[in-house]
Design a binder for this molecule. Sequence first.
Ligand code: RM4
Ligand code: MN
Ligand code: MN
Length: 429
Amino acid sequence: MTLPVSADLIAQHNHAGMAALEDDYDALGRKLARAGLDIDRVKARVAAFGVAVPSWGAGRGGTRFAKFPIPGEPTNIHEKLEDCAVINQLGRSTPRVSPHFPWDKVSDYAALREEAAELGLGWDAVNSNTFQDQVGQAHTYANGSLSAQDAATRQQAVDHNIACIEIGRQLGSTDLTVWVGDGTNFPGQQDFARSLDRYLDGAAQIYAALPDDWRMLLEHKMFEPAFYSTVISDWGSSILAAQELGPKAKCLVDLGHHAPNVNIEQIVARLHRFGKLGGFHFNDSKYGDDDLDSGSINPHQLFLVFNELAEAEDHPREGFRPSYMIDQSHNVTDPIESMLSSAEAIAQCYAKASIVDRPALHAAQADNDTMMAFQALRRAYTIDVAPILAMARVEAGGAIDPIAVYRASQYRPRKAQERKAVGLGAGIV
Ligand code: RM4
Ligand code: MN
Ligand code: MN
């Protein structure tokens, strides 16, 4: 395996920070021990936790209005993989990459799988794209894809998803994530029931092509690009579709795909109750599908989501195997830094949720002791678990301070010399 950042540089930085980290880790260990918790066990859970990164998150995404590329940004899947390898090498919690097709199309997927393995990376869910047209495409998705009125367009969308499954098989993936932008911008534009019928019909054809050990993750989103109605707009539509399709169909929750202030943690618990919680796209938002860095706006909500996941881990219902992924768009930061910071915020919430005193929480709930139930959550939320994460990283060969090592490595300036410049194209301009 050849990793992009010098191991000596990581060791040198870790050496400088190790005494302070040991001090903080021991102090936290004593604090947790007073609550009956073994810090090394929490660390082992954190070390086993992984969240995938999206290939498309390695570039500066832009908004509907503009894109501000940075020198050294990746322009193809090979360069994206290298950047993802930096993130995993330093942070040690993002071992898989989720590809998007046709954005990441290559001619030899066996070779791509090898290339990733050489960088210490595996593959996560394969994402299909029927929300934009490609050059030379026979039928436009301007009026929808799986739910389009035109049968040939629907067939094209089905075929593309089946082709994605085939690519995923070659890469060693076992999930297909389907998000469609299908919807309307005007009242009356389409019949709500019939467009859902068409979607379900197409989705069933894709479902039928899934290998036995695969899952189809249905991702709902309230709006955008359609602003009046969307065919799979919410978790209700998503779970109904997943139930109709069958046991291999699950729901995927993208944290930015709900109306502001919706109780997402309750949605998580509901989906789990019915064995339909398939996975997550982590990001944060202030207004809508903002795709901001995880934990940057509402870290408490992220913790509450993980609290439900910890509850689900303790009491798993049938088929509980959530797939965790970051789905962000970095407009003003270096994507590598944003993903390092986000992966840490996510793992922190996972760690905090795993130290909640669940017997105390359940006892308080049973006694209708609202304040003590809330305090059980608050006690865990206010603990600074950073030393646990840092120690887990160091033991896995990562960095105590991943962003500091990344900057010291001069990786991006070096890539700016090697890589070709990215164009300025963006949605609205
Ligand atoms: C969508 C959704 C999908 C992602 C695309 C790029 O809003 O979040 O997961 O594939 O954006
Ligand atoms: Mn998403
Ligand atoms: Mn989104």
